[in-house]
Design a protein around this ligand. Structure first.
Ligand code: NAD
Length: 351
C-alpha cells in the first residue's frame, strides 16, 4: 500500500476530528497532518485519544497564510489533501459574511494554489479533495432530491461562500488539471459537535433546563447522517473516487426540525430517567432564521454505485450514541460553552 502523506485541514473541528481519527487508526503507514487554526470551533480535546500516535502530526495555522501552507507541503511531502477547514455556521454567516468569504473562499483558493505550486504539474498519485455541503444546491421546496447535476443556488452567506469555493476547485481542475474531488454532504450529527448546531444545542439546553429554541414553526426539513458515516464516505471518495468528480453524501433520513427535537426530548427523558414529556415542555418557537431554506434532500446513489458506500448507522442508533456521548462528556460540554459561547448565545437567542 502507498504510504500516503495527507494534509487534513480543519481536523480539530467536528467532522475533521472524526476524519483524522479514522485515517490515523485505519492507515498506520500514512502520515496524517492536521492543520487547524483552532478557532472557537476547533478543539484539540477532540483528538486526545490519537494525539500520541506516531503517524499523527498537528500544525497550528491559518489557511489564509499561504507561506505557511507552502512550508507544510514541503515539510511533510504532502501528496493528498482533505480540506474541511471552514467557517461552518449559517447563523454566524448572517452576522459576519466577510469572515466566511475570507476563510471559505480565499482560504480554499490559497490551498489550491499551494497544492498546484508544490506539486508542480506532477499530479500522478495526488488528490485534492474538497469537502462541501448540500446547502450549495439551495432549497428542495418542491419535492425531489439534489443530484450532482442540480444547479448550484446558494441562499445564505455560508452556502454562497461554500459554492464559490466549489467553483474555484472545479476551475483548478479544468484550467490546471489539478486532481480534485468534491463531496457535498447533508447535516451531520454525533460526538464532538459544537453546541451551536441543532442537536447538541438541544442536548445542552435540556441538561441545563433551558428553553429549546426552534426556528419558525419547526417545519424545515433536513437530511441527517451520523458523522462516522460521513468520515467513511470521505475515506471511500479519497481512495476510490474519480478525479474531477462531485459526489453527494446523505443519510436518506429526512426529519422536520420539530419532529427531530421531539424525538430527542423523548430520548433524553428516557436516558435521564425523567417523566416522558418533561423535556418537550422546554420547546420554545423563536423568530425564523433569515432566508431559512425549507428542505435539503440528497440523492447519494452515485457514490453508492461507484464505491459501494452506504450509511452503517441508523438514526435511532446514531442519536442514542450521540446522547450517550454527551451525557458521558459533560465536562467537554461545560468547557466549550463557557466564555465566548455565552456572549454568542445571548446575542442569538435572547429577546
Ligand atoms: P467546524 O466548524 O466544527 O470545524 C471547522 C474547523 O476549521 C475548526 O477546527 C476550525 O478551527 C478550523 N478553521 C476555521 N477557519 C480556519 C482557518 N482560517 N485556517 C485553518 N483552520 C480553520 O465544522 P464542521 O461542521 O466540522 O464542518 C467541516 C467541513 O464540512 C466544513 O467545510 C463544512 O462546510 C462541511 N460540512 C459540514 C456539515 C455539517 O453538518 N457540519 C455538512 C456538510 C459539509
Amino acid at each position: 500500500m502507498t504510504k500516503r502523506k495527507i494534509l487534513i485541514t480543519g481536523g480539530a473541528g467536528f467532522i475533521g476530528s472524526h476524519v483524522v481519527r479514522l485515517f490515523v487508526n485505519k492507515y498506520p503507514d500514512y502520515t496524517v497532518v492536521n492543520l487547524d487554526k483552532l478557532t472557537y470551533a476547533g478543539n484539540l480535546e477532540n483528538l486526545r485519544d490519537i494525539e500520541k500516535k506516531p503517524n499523527y502530526h498537528f500544525e497550528k495555522g491559518d489557511i489564509l497564510d499561504i507561506e505557511f501552507l507552502f512550508e507544510v507541503f514541503k515539510k511533510y511531502g504532502i501528496d493528498g489533501v482533505i480540506h474541511l477547514a471552514a467557517e461552518s455556521h449559517v447563523d454566524r454567516s448572517l452576522h459576519n459574511p466577510t469572515e466566511f468569504a475570507e476563510t471559505n473562499i480565499l482560504g480554499t483558493l490559497n490551498l489550491l494554489r499551494a497544492a498546484q505550486a508544490s506539486w508542480a504539474n506532477a499530479y500522478e498519485g495526488k488528490v485534492f479533495y474538497h469537502i462541501s455541503t448540500d446547502e450549495v444546491y439551495g432549497s428542495a421546496d418542491h419535492g425531489g432530491f439534489f443530484t450532482e447535476t442540480t444547479p448550484i443556488d446558494p441562499r445564505s452567506p455560508y452556502s454562497a461562500s461554500k459554492a464559490s469555493s466549489d467553483h474555484f476547485v472545479s476551475a483548478f481542475h479544468n484550467s490546471f488539471s489539478l486532481p480534485t474531488r468534491i463531496s457535498r454532504c447533508s447535516n451531520n450529527y454525533g460526538p464532538f459537535h459544537f453546541p451551536e448546531k441543532l442537536i447538541p444545542l438541544m442536548i445542552n439546553n435540556i441538561l441545563n433546563n433551558k428553553p429549546l429554541p426552534v426556528y419558525g414553526k419547526g417545519e424545515n426539513i433536513r437530511d441527517w447522517l451520523f458523522v462516522e458515516d460521513h468520515a467513511g464516505a470521505i475515506d471511500s471518495i479519497f481512495h476510490s473516487g474519480k478525479t474531477g468528480e462531485v459526489y453527494n453524501i446523505g443519510g436518506n433520513n429526512e426529519w422536520r426540525n420539530i419532529d427531530l427535537v421531539n424525538f430527542l426530548c423523548y430520548t433524553m427523558d428516557k436516558k435521564l430517567g425523567r417523566e416522558e414529556g418533561t423535556s418537550a415542555k422546554l420547546i420554545t418557537y423563536v423568530k425564523d432564521r433569515l432566508g431559512h431554506d425549507l428542505r435539503y434532500a440528497i440523492d447519494a446513489s452515485k457514490l453508492t454505485a461507484e464505491t459501494g458506500w452506504r450509511p452503517q448507522v441508523t438514526f435511532e442508533e446514531g442519536l442514542e450514541k450521540t446522547v450517550d456521548w454527551y451525557l458521558a462528556n459533560q465536562e467537554w460540554l461545560k468547557n466549550v460553552t463557557s466564555g465566548d459561547y455565552l456572549k454568542y448565545y445571548s446575542k442569538m437567542y435572547q429577546a
